[in-house]
Design a protein around this ligand. Structure first.
Ligand code: EPU
Length: 419
């Protein structure tokens, strides 16, 4: 079994470069289905989720070329067929469902296996389907499949009950070739949505207001190929900010957008971590004594659920009582039993966690239960006394580019053992 081994105690020093955002590049790859020409994605992060969604596209006859040397992905979807994508791939990654919007937009009808839930919650798709239905698609669900049928899609006004990231993206992609005007209200405002809209607009779409809670899409006849470099990964940057804080170190992180990191910067500042932003770099200095804080995860621009586990790891090492409320996913505390094995003092009551800082965490064997939980356990390992072995690291490989090498270059004692 592959594992990551970390030994605590090393101070981190130096600089680290952030990759492009996982949650931008996945919908962008899906959106390239809409283009009649070639799309080139530059500075693409080379991790498992990117390979999986690329294979999903290949299973509907899209031509995907991944150049690992230049970090480019070239996609030609001009010959895409209205086939059912490989069920095993769709089940492997929930983001595969993001091809539904583009496929309905292109073909009117489309059938795909149900993406199902995942470790962090049930994650329904009702909001995506309500949106497709409002655009004129008849939806049927049965025998593990979702099917949409429409003669042509027509713009409409859609109010989302919750600002779902995936539903906003899927509806936006379904609407770009629909007749007339679509308005999505209570849309998710995450930076990755704005990035997707920029990509669509470069292809010739007319999307206005992405990044706010109201998005207007005026349908166009055709989309052409384009070249795009996705935004930096704010969650990877946040993970390295916590790496500095949990090891009480000072590091420089290159490849950030200050605006996107505001909720994380605000919380670290409140804890007494010094932060300086210089253009697209950020200096994180955690040499002062840190203070406990309260956090509630919220849709953007609130504190991101994708940083909750990492932040919890840090708070375990800070004297005093901290509180975390997880409002986005109902089952995103799976890292807690693993952190407790390392000596953390955390109590859970439903969606609330009470964290009492401990003098030290102690290394032991722990399991990455999902992507961010895995990253958080690596961070705990960097602060713990002794050796921490993290298993099930395929979760971490889904969405971090070479996390162990990037940390090693900062001076951490960390290695991967592939068996
Ligand atoms: N929800 C519904 N109905 C829907 C869709 C969502 O009830 O039709 C609920 C979900 O069950 C959940 C909440 O809405 O409780 C938020 O889900 P959302 O749709 O916003 O999340 P997502 O699109 O499935 C993306 C990211 C996640 C990130 C969330 C929240 C991608 C590929 N994934 O998921 O990223 O946590 O937004 O910001 O963009 C990660 O990177 O580790 C990760 C899990």
């Amino acid at each position: 079994m592959n594992k990551i081994v970390a030994k605590g105690g090393n101070e981190l020093k130096g600089e680290v470069n952030i990759s492009s955002a996982k949650n931008s590049v996945l919908p962008i790859i899906a959106a390239s289905i809409l283009s009649s020409g070639k799309c080139v994605i530059e500075n693409a992060p080379m991790f498992e989720d990117v390979f999986v969604i690329s294979s999903v596209l290949e299973s509907i006859e899209s031509n995907v070329f991944i150049d690992k040397d230049t970090n480019k992905i070239i996609i030609d979807s001009s010959n895409v067929l209205n086939l059912q994508p490989d069920m095993d791939l769709v089940k492997k990654m929930r983001a595969s469902f993001l091809i539904m919007g583009p496929m309905i937009s292109k073909f009117g009808s489309f059938k795909i296996s149900f993406p199902g839930g995942c470790n962090i919650g049930t994650r329904p798709i009702d909001l995506h389907l309500k949106g497709f239905n409002a655009l004129g698609a008849d939806i049927s669900i049965g025998h593990g499949y979702v099917e949409a049928k429409a003669t042509s899609l027509k713009g409409n006004k859609i109010y989302l009950d919750f600002p779902s990231v995936g539903a906003t993206e899927n509806i936006m992609m379904a609407a770009v070739l629909a007749k007339g005007e679509t308005i999505i209200e209570n849309a998710a405002e995450e930076p990755e949505i704005e990035d997707l809209a920029n990509f669509l607009n470069k292809m010739g779409a007319n999307v206005i207001g992405a990044g706010t809670d109201t998005i207007k899409i005026i349908g166009v006849k055709e989309l052409k190929g384009t070249i795009h470099k996705p935004i930096y990964d704010r969650i990877e940057a946040g993970t390295f900010m916590i790496a500095a804080a949990i090891t009480r170190s000072k590091i420089k992180i290159n490849g950030i957008n200050e605006e996107h990191l505001k909720p994380i910067i605000a919380k670290l500042n409140e804890m007494n971590v010094d932060i300086d932003v210089i253009g697209e770099s950020i200096l994180v200095n955690a040499k002062k004594e840190l203070k406990p804080i309260d956090i509630k995860t919220m849709p953007y621009p609130g504190f991101p659920t994708d940083m909750q586990a990492q932040m919890m790891g840090l708070l375990c090492t800070v004297e005093g009582t901290s509180f975390i409320t997880e409002t986005i996913f109902e089952n995103r505390f799976m890292h807690v039993p693993e952190m407790k094995k390392m000596g953390a003092n955390i109590k859970i009551d439903g969606r609330n966690a009470v964290i009492e800082g401990v003098d030290k965490l102690t290394g032991c064997q722990v399991r990455a239960t999902d992507l961010r939980a895995g990253a958080a356990l690596i961070l705990c390992g960097l602060a713990a006394e002794g050796t921490t072995e993290i298993t099930d690291i395929y979760h971490i490989d889904r969405g971090y580019v070479n996390i162990e090498n990037k940390l090693k270059r900062l001076g951490a004692f960390i290695k991967r053992i592939d068996k």
